[in-house]
Write a protein of this length. Structure first.
Length: 147
């Protein structure tokens, strides 16, 4: 990785490809990913930029690793555990290990955020029927989540 990478257009950086969020699936919609910093050379984490198109959402999942997030574009919402929170530019979100989470962009505006995670991560776990039933017991979570 070069020591300096120029922004080439808003939320795009020189030599950093825009990739699909995940290889495939119907449990997310309208989201891209850029690996901004890969870690290595003494850096034990990765910094990624995700952008969710208006009305889009990330997958509902949890992991054994934590996430540290900073919103840098737009507005939306996030489920973290048992809370749905509205997001705006420069808000910070911490997702603890083994915590259900999902991000959604508001209609009409994309939601872009930087996400820092450990280089060594586990595979995401999606909720089974029992977990979905527990999540949907809260009306605000039931209205928010997309599967």
């Amino acid at each position: 990785m070069k020591p300096h990478v120029r922004q080439t257009e808003p939320f795009r950086w020189e030599g950093i490809p825009v990739s699909g969020y995940k290889p495939s699936g119907t449990h997310f919609s309208g989201i891209t990913r850029q690996l901004v910093f890969e870690g290595g050379s003494g850096l034990a984490c990765e910094l990624r930029y995700f952008e969710i198109e208006p009305g889009g959402y990330s997958s509902l999942e949890r992991h054994r690793h934590a996430h540290a997030i900073m919103v840098i574009r737009g507005t939306g919402g996030v489920l973290v555990g048992d809370r749905v929170v509205q997001l705006a530019t420069h808000d910070l979100v911490r997702v603890p290990p083994l915590t259900w989470h999902q991000f959604r962009a508001n209609d009409g505006v994309p939601l872009g955020f930087l996400c820092m995670v450990d280089c060594q991560r586990d595979v995401p776990e999606r909720p089974d029927d029992a977990a979905l039933t527990r999540l949907r017991a809260d009306p605000s979570i039931a209205a928010f989540i997309r599967t």
